[in-house]
Each structure stands twice: as structure tokens, then as C-alpha cells.
Design a protein around this ligand. Structure first.
Ligand code: HEM
Length: 156
């Protein structure tokens, strides 16, 4: 396997866990904030920063693989029409990439909206909605069988 492909694939694979843990903690903290009527805390702001930063890294590494290193997307891009007839090539070249870009856009939009709100309850509510929808899309597109494509949970 090409070295740069291996490095980016391993990075992308492990960074998915940072995204998952940060996203789940962010959703849990918003629920706790809503039910306990507590203020929007500094740790929530930090968690949101970790979530958004790890998503940006995932997007960057994903794009590098998509256009330069992945032999799978290279094959798909060389004959896009034929690739659309293969569920695996279609998953990587269209579904995984585009739905995740949409999810990252939603998470980013949500974090901007949360920052602009003054009321803590509204901050919790927006965090819950925007992060919740983004995480749902991300979860469906993680290759763990839901879309018929499976990859190792932990890549070494
Ligand atoms: C939150 C967003 C994302 C998550 C959680 C995610 C997760 C993953 C996972 C778990 C894999 C499998 C890694 C492995 O085989 O060990 C993968 C592969 C891949 N992802 Fe993503 N990804 C995300 C976003 C993106 C984006 C936005 C792009 C492209 C624009 C992208 C492009 C790819 C490519 C090209 C592969 C590798 C296909 C191959 O094996 O050659 N990903 N992704």
C-alpha cells in the first residue's frame, strides 16, 4: 500500500473516534443543560471546539485521500458512470464524501448559531439539534455495515 495512503487512512480512521466521543459528549451535555437548566459552560465551549476542529481535520484528510491517495476513489473518478453501478465505489465516491461534507457544514453552522445566542437554554437547544442531526448523518456514513460497506473499527 502507498505510504501516504496508509498514513491518511489510519489518521482518518482514528480521528473518527475523536469525532464520535466529542459529538456524543456534546449532545449529552446539551441534554443535561436543558433538563438541569444549567448555564452554558466553558467545558461545553471547549468540547464544541474539539468537535469542530476534528471535523475539519477529517474533511481535509478525506479530501486528500479522495483526490490524491485512495485507489478506490481514483478508480471511481476515472469512470464515474461505471462507478455509479457499483455499490462500493458509489458509497466511497458519492455517499460517504457528500453526506459527510453536508454533516460537517451542519455542525459548523450550528456552532456559529450557538455562539451568537445570548440565552443559555437556547444555546443548549441549538447544540442538541445541530449536533444531533450532524452526528446522525455521520453515524450512517461510517463504514460499519449500515450502508453495506464495512471497515475495521480500529485500524493499525
Ligand atoms: C465526519 C466525517 C467522516 C467520518 C467519520 C469518516 C470516517 C471514515 C472511516 C471510518 C473510513 C474508513 C477508514 C478505514 O478503512 O480504516 C473512511 C474512509 C474514507 N473516507 Fe471518510 N469520514 C468522514 C468524512 C469524509 C469526507 C468529507 C471525505 C471526502 C471528501 C472522506 C473520504 C474518505 C475516503 C476517500 C476514504 C477511504 C476510501 C479508501 O479506502 O480508499 N471522508 N472515512
Amino acid at each position: 500500500m502507498n505510504t501516504l495512503y496508509t498514513i491518511t487512512l489510519v489518521l482518518h480512521s482514528w480521528n473518527r473516534w475523536i469525532i464520535m466521543v466529542a459529538g456524543i459528549l456534546l449532545i449529552a451535555s446539551a441534554i443535561k443543560g436543558l433538563t438541569g437548566k444549567s448555564g452554558y459552560s466553558l467545558s461545553q465551549r471547549r468540547l464544541s471546539l474539539i468537535f469542530i476542529s476534528s471535523l475539519h481535520i477529517q474533511l481535509l484528510v478525506g479530501l486528500l485521500m479522495y483526490f490524491y491517495f485512495s485507489p478506490i476513489t481514483a478508480e471511481a473518478l476515472s469512470n464515474f458512470g461505471a462507478a455509479m453501478k457499483s455499490p462500493v465505489l458509489r458509497f466511497w465516491s458519492v455517499e460517504h464524501a457528500f453526506v459527510n461534507i453536508l454533516a460537517i457544514g451542519l455542525a459548523q453552522t450550528g456552532s456559529i448559531i450557538v455562539k451568537r445566542k445570548d440565552d443559555d437554554n437556547a444555546k443548549h437547544k441549538s447544540t442538541l439539534i445541530w449536533t444531533g442531526v450532524a452526528m446522525l448523518l455521520i453515524l450512517v456514513m461510517i463504514p460499519m455495515g449500515i450502508m453495506g460497506v464495512e471497515r475495521p473499527w480500529f485500524r493499525f
